[in-house]
Design a protein around this ligand. Structure first.
Ligand SMILES: Nc1nc2c(ncn2[C@@H]2O[C@H](COP(=O)(O)OP(=O)(O)O)[C@@H](O)[C@H]2O)c(=O)[nH]1
Ligand SMILES: [Mg+2]
Length: 139
């Protein structure tokens, strides 16, 4: 019996959020399975992982962005051709949660004609073993 070839799909995801909320920790844990306890402010890094789901292989670029505030702009790499955004905050920082609204506004202003881009709002509390918590994904 001949097995079906997998379907290859390219995807690009960007992680946004205020500084030190765990964006890099989330990304490296997802890529390598290890939790990184050091803090090294990121400029911007792109990681790659192929995620297999049934017969589909999602070749995924994950852009770990620099921490954003209300004055930040998204880089070209983090705003062009992105299929979805993870908007992160820390449960130990009210400020980082409040910044999400400004970051979301900046994102929507930049995207302009693509207001329906998928966005997931999430906290970093899973990293040391707590379950995933996803709250919302619309405006
Ligand atoms: N206790 C705890 N520390 C975390 C968690 N996520 C990240 N950190 C730590 O918070 C600091 C900032 O994390 P980092 O991923 O570099 O933040 P980024 O600036 O958003 O990329 C680092 O020292 C991490 O080890 C978490 O879920 N729990
Ligand atoms: Mg970082």
């Amino acid at each position: 019996m001949v097995r079906d070839n997998p379907v290859l799909v390219s995807r690009k995801i960007a992680i946004l959020g205020f500084r030190a909320v765990g964006k890099t920790s989330l990304t490296t844990k997802f890529i390598s399975g290890k939790f990184e306890s050091t803090y090294d402010p990121t400029i911007e890094s792109t990681f790659h992982k192929t995620i297999r789901f049934r017969r589909v292989h999602f070749a995924t670029d994950i852009i770990d962005t620099a921490g954003m505030d209300e004055y930040s702009r998204l880089s070209r790499n983090a705003s062009v051709g992105v299929h979805g955004y993870v908007m992160m905050y820390s449960t130990t920082s009210l400020q980082s949660f409040q910044k999400i609204e400004q970051i979301n506004t900046t994102l929507l202003n930049m995207l302009g004609d693509a207001p329906d881009v998928p966005r997931i709002l999430r906290d970093a509390s899973f990293l040391r073993g707590f379950p995933l918590r996803i709250f919302c994904c619309s405006q």
